[in-house]
Design a binder for this molecule. Structure first.
Ligand SMILES: [Zn+2]
Length: 667
């Protein structure tokens, strides 16, 4: 039972599920984590998971992610690194060493995952494969899968099919600004048919590859339109998903469209008798939009245009979602009908990976694997999936269709009890570096996550990234030590946000302890916090809770920061640290200051877990201090004898929220 507010009893509190799974998009297994993984996804997911642990109870939250091990890029990187002498060992060992370093980086940022798994490694892989087989069979039996024979790139010199990043070319999507495009998707996540890729070449030999027939299983997404489109719109109206993310997902539901440059339209006119029925609209950038009633009809038109040598691009569309491929380094797919030796394509497999990881955690805890359903298939539970904008098609569209299709031939977006409940997608916009889009494969290289810890503490970086309103806008990370345009006297945006902890909150806590040690023998001051402070604290707590429920992290952090500044100004006004302060006024000021610290560290516990835990230890109270069931209770409620509670002795010059050693260096 949640303790009640004293002053705001009528205020409506946000609803939370009984159990929650939090997932962070899986980092790919060929690289170390860069600032975007940590600052664009993991910190947000971690803070939400930590908040939910405080809010719902530790046992009611699972936070999972893992290294995405399979797929063609890691195979290509492994081959190259072995050739260059940068790595010696098997592909599995290569993935394993990258996974190990990713794990260490996440630990260095205090990312408190229930498990940081790996899709190709024990103990996760066997459960992941079983679950994949179950999902695929279920989709097949429910009549949602289609076999499709398509053309796949084939390198005749190497005598091998080329997958994903083994083919390079230019993205065929109208207006796309990606730097690289691969066999069937570009670096910005646009999907297309391999034969549409502009100017393809083999990454293995640089030859122009051939196209050969291959048969794979697909989940046609078009059929899910009537269930998904209104459901996505509901997510917009309820605010469960961020506005831009719903709009971006809905773009895939636009009618099948071919874009043709206006100066080529004369050529198109000559084919008007052959082209299937369509309507035309003026498009962007001097182009014309040819809009068709279905993907099949559009495909006919594409074939005709290709035949006539007319260049065109296609828009975002609900293209069938491929489940399988023939890459050896993939999760084994079950045999259905006559298809053999197929593996799962890496994208669909990574969509159920969080379920596999939850199942594995439960098994490791001695529970039946099937208990994963308590976390994914119950009306009492909700999954919150933190991702970057570029992956919205997969999580926001393909995953939803996959989960819907598992229900049966018929399905409902309001999934019945016992069926996978559609998750809440929490997408961030782009985190830029010095105003540019940085990526490991692009021209501007992102700073690595571990490198940032040479300049800042993890708490400083955590609160800085949270303060960026990435839920609404693309924003730039501009750390002064890495910014060539920074001026000597100019401020550092990271430190500005970090100072809330390393200056303000640090000051609040130290003042309490040192003053108590000087005047009250280091004992918790006895008394009731003053009414105006109790009211202010409750308002801050409720505002903070509401912001967290909406996953508006910059707002929540701002509420915490304002509150900390307020308790500090209260402190300097009452001056309890002065000898001339009357004893009763001093005790009241200290009671208030400790209450302020109690409320501030409860709000900041998810943001700065290490520093706030240190404060709790010095207060000598148990971890129940963090429980939101008791969020309105003062410190005295957490100690055995409120009239005689000895605090831990705080030696001089101890910091709870430290600065980085580099920040003390003399100029
Ligand atoms: Zn593209």
């Amino acid at each position: 039972m949640t303790s009640a507010s004293e002053f705001f009893r009528d205020r409506e509190r946000p609803a939370f599920p009984k159990r929650a799974v939090v997932t962070a998009g899986m980092p790919y297994g060929n690289k170390d984590l860069h600032f975007g993984h940590i600052g664009g996804v993991f910190i947000f997911a971690d803070v939400y998971a930590r908040f939910l642990r405080d809010r719902l109870g530790e046992d009611n939250v699972l936070f999972v992610s893992g290294t995405d091990c399979y797929g063609s890029p890691i195979v290509a990187d492994h081959v190259r690194k072995v050739e260059d002498g940068e790595f010696s060992g098997t592909l599995e060992e290569f993935a394993g060493s990258n996974h190990q370093r990713q794990t260490e980086t996440l630990n260095a940022y205090s990312i408190g995952l229930s498990a940081f798994a790996a899709s190709a490694m024990e103990p996760y892989q066997p459960i992941h494969a079983d679950l994949g087989a179950m999902i695929m069979r279920q989709l097949f039996e429910n009549g949602h899968l289609k076999k499709r024979t398509t053309l796949q790139f084939y390198d005749t010199e190497r005598e091998t099919y080329l997958n994903g990043r083994q083919v390079l070319g230019r993205c065929p999507i109208q207006g796309c600004k990606s730097e690289k495009a691969y066999a069937d998707e570009c670096s910005l996540g646009h999907q297309y048919e391999p034969k549409e890729l502009v100017a393809p070449r083999s990454a293995l030999t640089d030859n122009t590859p051939e196209m050969r027939d291959v048969t794979n299983w697909y989940l046609p997404l078009e059929g899910f339109r009537p269930a998904m489109q209104p459901w996505l719109t509901e997510q917009l109206e309820s605010g469960a998903w961020r506005e831009f993310s719903v709009q971006s997902a809905l773009e895939y539901f636009e009618e099948p469209t071919i874009h043709v440059k206006q100066d080529l339209m004369e050529e198109v006119e000559k084919l008007v008798d052959q082209l299937p029925t369509h309507r035309r609209e003026e498009g962007n950038a001097k182009s014309e939009r040819l809009i068709f009633e279905s993907l099949e009809v559009m495909d006919q038109a594409k074939a005709i245009l290709t035949e006539a040598g007319i260049r065109y691009r296609t828009g975002k569309a609900l293209v069938p979602f491929r489940l399988t491929g023939n890459l050896e380094w993939g999760l084994p797919a079950p045999e259905l009908e006559e298809t053999k030796d197929l593996t799962f394509w890496v994208w669909p497999e990574s969509l159920w990976a969080p379920i596999s990881f939850v199942a594995t955690i439960l098994q490791q805890r001695g529970e039946p694997i099937e208990n994963w359903r308590d976390w994914w298939c119950s009306k009492d539970a909700m999954a919150y999936q933190f991702i970057g904008k570029d992956n919205l098609f997969y999580y926001g569209v393909a995953e939803m269709a996959m989960f819907l299709g598992m229900q049966g031939e018929d399905y409902s977006a309001d999934a019945p009890e016992g069926q996978i409940q559609l998750p809440t997608i929490v997408a961030n916009r782009h985190l830029l570096f010095l105003d540019k889009k940085a990526s490991s494969s692009g021209k501007i290289k992102p700073p690595m996550a571990t490198e940032l810890l040479d300049h800042y503490t993890s708490d400083q970086l955590r609160i800085h990234f949270l303060s960026l309103n990435l839920g609404n806008r693309n924003l730039s990370f501009r750390p002064k030590p890495l910014d060539p345009r920074a001026t000597e006297g100019g401020g550092d945006p990271v430190l500005k946000d970090g100072n809330v902890l390393s200056n303000s909150l640090n000051h609040s806590v130290r003042s309490c302890f040192y003053t108590t040690q000087k005047y009250l023998d280091g004992k918790l001051p006895v008394g009731i916090p003053s009414e105006d402070l109790r009211r202010e604290s409750e308002a801050a707590i409720l505002d903070f809770e509401a912001a967290m429920a909406r996953r508006e992290f910059h707002t929540a952090v701002g509420i915490g920061g304002d509150y900390i500044r307020s308790i500090n100004s209260r402190w300097s006004q009452s001056q309890p640290y002065k000898d001339e302060c009357p004893d009763d006024a001093r005790v009241q000021a200290l009671v208030d200051a400790f209450h302020g610290v109690r409320v501030a560290i409860a709000m900041m516990h998810p943001v700065a877990p290490d520093g706030t835990e240190r404060v709790r230890e010095f207060l000598r109270v148990g971890p129940e201090l963090w429980s939101w069931d008791r969020i309105f209770e003062p410190l005295s409620a957490f100690v055995e004898d409120p009239n005689d509670h000895q605090l831990e002795f705080l030696p001089p010059r101890v910091d709870f929220f430290e600065k980085h050693e580099s920040q003390f260096k003399k100029k």
